[in-house]
Each structure stands twice: as C-alpha cells, then as structure tokens.
Design a protein around this ligand. Structure first.
Ligand SMILES: [Zn+2]
Ligand SMILES: [Zn+2]
Length: 646
C-alpha cells in the first residue's frame, strides 16, 4: 500500500507524492535547476525543516532559498557548525557554548585553553575549507533526552549537557557532518559544500549564558555568502563602518566619554557632544511648540507603587536597577516617563474640549543592561527619551496619529534619512486574551493607524502578534549611508495604562470617559540617535549640528588680531567659531580642522587683511575662494537656518 500525501505550493498548485517524500526530491521533480542551486531549507506548514525531511501528511510546502533572510540565516548558522567542527579538529579538548546566526553572520562560543589569535583564526579557516571541500552532508538524528545526555557525556561537553538539562522537550536532535556532532534544533543546509565564501571576522570574550558569574568563553564571529561579490561588498561596508564607529569618532571628536570611574553604560557628554544633542533637542522642541505640545519636567526616580500600578514592576524587574529605600518607602530609578506624565494629566479635571493634551519631556530613564551587552551609545544604562504622551478622545486618535507620523517623517527627512520603512505591529487575532483593551478598541486603533499611514503614503509591513500588550504600535526603521538598518522612533497606542491609572475626562454628555494615550518618541533614545548620526555622517555633521561651525586659521601670529575681529563678528551672529592660535604652519592647521570635521575654515593672511576679506575652505571640498565676511555670514546663516545637509 502506497499512501499519498498532498503537497500545496505557495502559488496554490497541488501535487500528490508518496508518503515520506522529502522537499529535496520535490525540487528534483519540479526540475528547477536554479531552485535546486539556491534551496537551503524548507517550510512544511509553518515548521522550518531540512530539505531531506520526510513529509508524512498533507502539507503546505515552501522552499526557502538563500535569497530569503530565513534561508541566509540557516546558511550562516550552518557555517557556525562547520567552524566549531574545525575548532574541534584543531583542539580536541574544545567545548562549545552556543553558535547562532545573528543579524549578519554568526558566532560560536568556544572553551579552549589556548588564546585564539589571528593566526589561529587562519588555521581554523583552512580547516573549514577542507570540511567544505569534502562536501559532507548534514545529518540529523533524534534522541530521547537521556540518550542525548549519553552522546554529550561521551563528547565531554559540559555546556551542551547543561543546555540539555534545561531543555523542556523530550526529544533532542543533533546534527553532524563527518565526525563532529552538535546539539541543535536545526534546520540545516543539505551539505557543507553549499558554503561558497566565508570569513572569520573577530574574536571577543563572552560569559557563558551572558552571566558574569560564569566562565568567559571565546566568541568567534564570522560571515558567509553564496556569492563572492556579496562577501566583498560586506567586507567593504565593514571596513567603512570601522572608520565611522561612533565609539572611535566620539573620542577623536571629543563628543562623549565613558569611564569606569562613573560606571559602564553611563555616558558623559563632553561640550562638543552636548552641543549636537542640544541642537537636536532645540529642533524638536520648536517643532513640538508649533504643534501645541506642553513641556513638563519630572524627577529621575519615582515611588515603586507607581510602577506597580503601571505593571512595569515586577514584570520588567530584571531590566531595572534595584529599588532605593528612603524613609520606609521604596523608589525606582525611572525606567520610563509615562507614569509621571499620567500623574500630571490626572492632577486636575479635564474636559473633552481641552483634549488632546500633549505632554512632552526629554526624560532620562535608566535600564539595567548586562555589562556584556553595553555598547558605546547604542546600549547604555542611562538614556534620554524625546518622550511625549498624548491624551486623546477616541474620535481624535486618527488625526493625532497623522500629526505624530508627520512629525517623525519631518525629523528623518531633516537629517537626510530618505530611506525609511515602518512596521505596524498588531495583536495576534488567535491569542486575544494576551492583550488589554476590548475588541472594538483594537479594531479601531489598528484601522486608525493603518489609515493614518496610508494617508501619508508610508510604506509598511504589518506583523500580527508583535503588538505591545497595551496596544498596537508603529516602528520606524531607517537605512544609513552604508545601507545598515536601524530601528528608531516609535508610536504606540495604549488603552491599558489609562485604565490602570484611572485617567478621565468629562465628555460633552457630562459623563466621565477614558482617554486613549499615544506614546511616541521620534528619536527614541537621544544617545542611540546621536550614535547613528555620528556613523551616518562619519562625524562630519551638517553645519547646523556641527559643534564648531567655523575655524579661523591665521597664517601667522601677525594676523591674529584680524582673526580675532572676525571671530567676534561671527560669534555675535551666533555662529560657533574658534580661532586656531597655535604657532603652526597653515597646512598643519588645515589638516587639524579637516580631522575635526569642521565644516568651514577661514584662512586669513596678508592678502585677506589688505582686501578686508577671508579665504573660505569647506570640509572635504577645499578652497572656495575669497569672500567678504558679510557674504560668508549670509551663506552660513542660511545653511544653519534651513538645516542644509550640504
Ligand atoms: Zn545548528
Ligand atoms: Zn510612554
């Protein structure tokens, strides 16, 4: 008896095959050489499986190629197995932590006695190439948990044994290519020969399971691609990204400082960085003022009770600092500004006529991040949110969302991020009980967000199940000059907090009603946003943001008094200007200003003093010729005023 299974393809066509058929054979049957070349894994119904997985029941089948993000991830993760295999071949005592694919590439955490040097990385790469050339198939085996424990006891791998101990499933799977066996859920590419181009990139220390109390393992990062050009492009971007690294530029341009004397993840903003930050704040505050936002200021701590009401404590306890005790009361360093703003809203009766109430604050918040997770300004323990909470009537929600989205668009466009996309996170319709608010409220909010986005021509994806428990949200992702994606601003609709904090307004019917709250932050975190700007502009900020906008360079001390006179004029006109008074050659001074990425240099010597002019030089553009101080002032003032990006 030969049972048949019915396979449904993504385009809706249906075909019957013998029970136990695998995706690999189906690809052969379809006869597409391109698909066969690119296929990495498959999806049977919604489960990701190997290409030689036996299909036992009727199913929807989707072949995943390495052109799809999920396929590429599996490609990367498979490369991490090959890397671990190579390490084991070179260091037989090696034990392994975890080896996942990450946003780009993969890593593996390794416990060996030798310190992994760049020379050792090369040896590992060589070994990997041998494994790839041998084109060994990835073989999946399934075990009961106790059998799997036997396997990894034999392998002497205490980390895998620990992982097995914590596993919930009764069945454990392993993958092996040749003589290397790894504990893994899979799926994997069919064989090692699929990996065409790879490179090991760097080595870092990483605590086992991210916990400082555990042993520090050595983490090797790597990348792989099907095509040589992809690898080359990736390495070029990486090289350029290194030059633009905000931690490096932050030091060179004296923007911010991190010191263990203050504490990890607690940035100190230096004068130049503070100017960038304050300009950004001033820009947004002015736009908010025009739109009727009301400024508020709230303290950095709040009663623990406040966060119990909001539901943040104890649910987010692990990401917050321990409470502070004073006068028999407990306080929390504020992890968010919302509860404080709610108290301001609730401090007096509100009428439907005064809504929307828009409270805004550049509020500094504190999160406990694992020390291993801290990274420059992008992962910190203290950051400032350009926070605002709008308290609106349900009938005002859509219009208010439109305004908010428009403001976020303006912020991005002003800073030159033309390429951005948005993700709409809706609730999971199959798990409604996970969320607060009524069906009606959710339907209204989701359609309001979508209609607002449509009316503004946003390009968006809808992801069901990604909403916050209190309401749907809209997240903005920008792409920087290197093509890297960053998640920035967010807009969230909230029905739950107004309920928890019993917020009200008196409607036109003289009855009490509950407002809807919109939480929004275009920059998100100022720290992170400045980090992205530093890297996006490679430290060469547009004039309106540049900490020093003009440097005056006298050719010699003789012209210092002329330089100082111009300095005075520009300063009075509120231009941020400096005179390079050092007794150095002019070429040296120009190089210094170029390195500091000052937008304009004004060179003054004999000719300039005699004609009463200045010689203008622009960063990266070079000599622009002579100009009167008035003309120069007019040019720069206009660039500042219009927030020009040139
Ligand atoms: Zn794996
Ligand atoms: Zn909020």
């Amino acid at each position: 008896m030969n049972n048949k299974v019915q396979i449904t393809f993504p385009d809706g066509t249906v075909k019957k095959y013998g029970q136990g058929i695998c995706p690999r054979e189906i690809i052969d049957d379809i006869g597409s050489r391109a698909l066969s070349e690119k296929a990495v894994i498959a999806k049977v119904n919604s489960d990701s499986v190997d290409l030689n997985h036996h299909i036992m029941h009727d199913a929807d089948l989707q072949i995943i190629t390495y052109d799809a993000p999920e396929g590429l991830h599996s490609y990367w993760h498979s490369t991490s197995h090959i890397m671990a295999h190579a390490v084991k071949a070179l260091f037989s005592e090696a034990q392994f932590g975890v080896g996942p694919a990450i946003e780009s590439g993969f890593y593996y955490d390794i416990d060996i006695d030798s310190r992994i040097t760049p020379e050792i990385l090369e040896q590992i790469e060589k070994k990997m190439q041998e494994i790839i050339d041998a084109d060994r198939p990835f073989v999946r085996r399934e075990y009961s948990r106790s059998q799997a424990v036997d396997v990894f006891t034999k392998e002497h791998d205490k980390y895998k044994l620990e992982l097995l101990q914590d596993m919930q499933d009764e069945v454990a799977s392993t993958y092996s290519e040749g003589d290397f066996v790894d504990l893994c859920r899979g799926p994997h590419i069919p064989s090692t020969g699929k990996i065409k181009n790879f490179k090991l990139l760097s080595i870092a220390g990483a605590y086992w399971r991210g916990n400082e109390k555990n042993k520090m393992l050595q983490r090797i990062y790597g990348i792989s691609f099907p095509k040589k050009k992809q690898l080359e492009d990736y390495l070029n971007v990486l090289e350029e990204a290194k030059k633009r690294d905000h931690r490096k530029l932050g030091k060179e341009l004296e923007l911010f400082l991190m010191t263990p004397k203050v504490g990890g993840g607690l940035p100190l903003w230096l004068p130049k960085g503070t100017i960038v930050r304050e300009e950004l704040e001033a820009f947004l505050k002015e736009e908010q003022r025009k739109r009727g936002y009301l400024p508020v200021v709230t303290p950095h701590i709040g009663s623990l009770e406040l966060y119990k009401t909001s539901g943040h404590y104890p649910y987010y306890k692990d990401s917050q600092f321990e409470p502070i005790k004073a006068d028999e009361q407990e306080y929390l360093l504020k992890p968010m500004n919302c509860p404080h703003h709610f108290q301001i809203y609730a401090s007096k009766p509100r009428s439907y006529r005064e809504l929307p109430v828009r409270l805004a604050e550049f509020g500094t918040v504190y999160r406990y991040e694992q020390s291993g997770e801290l990274n420059g300004l992008t992962r910190v323990r203290s950051f400032t949110v350009d926070d605002s909470h709008m308290f609106v009537r349900p009938d005002q929600l859509k219009a208010e969302l439109c305004e908010v989205i428009e403001l976020i668009k303006l912020v991005f466009e002003t800073l030159g991020f033309k390429d951005f996309k948005t993700q709409m996170s809706f609730r999971d319709p199959a798990n409604k009980e996970k969320y607060g608010g009524s069906d009606e409220q959710w339907q209204l909010a989701q359609s309001d967000i979508q209609e607002a986005a449509d009316s503004l021509g946003l390009n968006y994806d809808i992801v069901e199940g990604e909403a916050a428990f209190y309401g749907p949200k809209l997240d903005f992702m920008i792409r920087d000059v290197l093509g890297r994606e960053w998640q920035l601003g967010t807009v969230q609709v909230d029905y739950v907090m107004p309920e928890r904090f019993a917020l009200e307004y008196i409607g036109s019917d003289d009855q009490k009603h509950r407002p809807v709250v919109i939480h929004r932050a275009p920059f998100g975190s100022i720290e992170r946003f400045v980090a992205i700007l530093i890297e996006h502009f490679a430290g060469a900020f547009p004039v309106w943001l540049a900490p020093v906008q003009v440097t005056i360079l006298p050719i010699s001390d003789e012209y210092l008094s002329y330089a100082n006179k111009i300095n005075e004029r520009l300063r009075t006109a509120r231009v941020r200007v400096e005179v390079d008074e050092r007794n150095e050659k002019i070429g040296y001074k120009i190089r210094g200003a170029e390195n500091q990425k000052v937008p304009y240099m004004l060179i003054v010597g004999k000719k300039e003093v005699e004609s009463g002019k200045v010689s203008v030089r622009k960063h990266r553009k070079g000599d622009l010729g002579q100009s009167t101080v008035d003309d120069f002032l007019k040019t720069i003032a206009e660039e500042i005023e219009t927030k020009s990006l040139n």
